[in-house]
Design a protein around this ligand. Structure first.
Ligand code: AMP
Ligand code: GLY
Length: 432
């Protein structure tokens, strides 16, 4: 098979890495890819927004399966464009990708199909939105309806902050047209987790649970980022909880989408809050998570390609829950200043020698300039450590991080600590 992966981040490097290991695959292309991806796949200089160019490329190179990483081309209808030409592609159609493209649509879906989530209201008028928040308890969450690169949700501690968030999103339009509508929702208390499920519109394969680390600083302080690290599996979602997530959230979502005439094929990402009364949805995404994918894929031994191929064709070869065979911890190394302004073009040192098998370096914002590896984005590398225990995986990941140097490199020091704490408490409770 010839496979084309679309995107240029750490998630796409992990997808390319996993797909290239499949005995079914002869050649992997990636558009546009990055310096790390170029070591495993042939990179093609086409941006994910060039739907026509990508269709032409897939046709010309006889691509058997295209796998889409980011949400923007999915929401723009890349799957519809490929399928109109008879090309196999993994991902939801434009109408199905609305589950991420519009938070109001996702909330209505959850309401109609009784999927547990935060209580909410939707507004197109800033005056009405402001009146509403004044009557609601705080904290409260104000979210731009459309895509905002993961930064469209503002958690507000006071009524003043909520009124300011409405002003910024709806009047000043800091997220552009994504702020034409807002979803205002109740603040949920609990621990977050991410669940990825591959579905053909009816059946599904659930991947092991993982946990992202969104805020920039240790201890979950500071502004939100795309994600500063992840680990898998996430002990906050034990087998019983995962079964509840499947029954109460994933199955009704997939059934609901089919009933709405938006049959969902691809990866459905449920961002969850594990609350005292059970799992509740924070958001749905229409794709694999980043950096969750860099932690989830190295823990499973199954060949991903038959699942991607089967989902794209509308007939998944199996269903059920995949098991993690090991622990994985991915530490993101970012450019100094991220998620605010940062400099690019810093030389990256330490990656010329091979790393042991239990370390995988996934590239995100890297490129090659005059033969030198340099930074080219906010999140630069995802360094994944593997182990038989989470402590071992944490130790390997940070050992490898310590070997890599670039000017201004920043990373969180506490990736995986929440899992470690939870496991210790669980072990303590078991002994008692
Ligand atoms: P989102 O853009 O919906 O992924 O939200 C970004 C982050 O804001 C989430 O990962 C949560 O940490 C937080 N968040 C969003 N909605 C809620 C909510 N209803 N209750 C508590 N935290 C939330
Ligand atoms: N890690 C969060 C996301 O992929 O949206």
């Amino acid at each position: 098979m010839n496979v084309l992966v679309i995107g240029n981040g750490g998630r796409e490097h992990a997808l390319v890495w996993k797909i290239a290991r499949s005995p079914k695959v002869d050649k992997v292309y990636c558009a546009p890819g990055n310096a790390g991806i170029a070591e495993v796949a042939e990179c093609v200089d086409l941006p994910p927004s060039d739907l026509e160019g990508l269709v032409r490329f897939a046709y010309r190179k006889k691509i058997d399966l295209t796998v889409v990483g980011p949400e923007a081309p999915l929401v723009a209808g890349i799957v519809d464009a490929f399928e109109a030409q008879g090309l196999a592609i993994f991902g939801p159609s434009r109408k199905a990708a609305e589950i991420e493209g519009s938070k109001a649509f996702a909330k209505h879906l959850m309401q109609r199909y009784k999927i547990p989530t935060a209580r909410y209201a939707v507004f197109t008028d800033p005056g009405e939105a402001s009146e509403y928040v004044k009557r609601e308890p705080v904290p409260i969450v104000v979210k731009a309806d459309g895509l905002a690169a993961g930064k469209g949700s503002i958690v507000c501690r006071t009524h003043e902050e909520a009124l300011q968030a409405i002003q910024q999103i709806m009047v000043e339009r800091i997220f552009g047209r994504a702020g034409e509508r807002v979803v205002i929702e109740e603040f949920m208390v609990g621990e977050e987790a991410s669940i990825l499920a591959i579905t053909d519109g009816e059946r599904m394969v659930v991947m092991p649970p993982s946990q992202d680390h969104k805020p920039i600083y240790d201890g979950d302080q500071g502004p939100n980022t795309g994600g500063m690290g992840a680990y898998c599996p996430a002990p906050v979602v034990d087998a019983e909880m995962l079964e509840r997530v499947r029954r109460e959230i994933l199955e009704p979502a997939i059934r609901g989408m089919a009933l709405e005439g938006r049959s969902y094929r691809g990866c459905l990402y449920a961002g969850l809050m594990i609350t005292e009364v059970g799992p509740k949805v924070v958001e749905f995404n229409c794709r694999f998570g980043d950096p969750e994918t860099q932690a989830v894929l190295p823990t499973i031994d199954e060949d991903l390609v038959p699942l991607l191929e089967g989902a794209a064709a509308g007939k998944l070869p199996q269903e059920g829950i995949l098991e993690s065979r090991r622990w994985a911890v991915c530490v993101v190394m970012a450019s100094g200043g991220y998620p605010g302004p940062y400099e690019k073009g810093k030389v990256i040192q330490g990656l010329d020698r091979p790393f042991p098998e239990d370390v995988i370096i996934f590239h995100a914002g890297t490129s090659r300039e005059k033969g030198q590896l340099v930074t080219s984005g906010g999140r630069v590398l995802g360094v994944t450590g593997l182990g038989a225990t989470i402590s071992e995986a944490i130790e390997r990941a940070y050992w490898a991080v310590g070997k890599i140097v670039f000017d201004g490199a920043y990373y969180r020091k506490d990736i995986g600590q929440k899992a470690l704490r939870r496991l210790r408490v669980m072990a303590g409770a078991g002994r008692a």
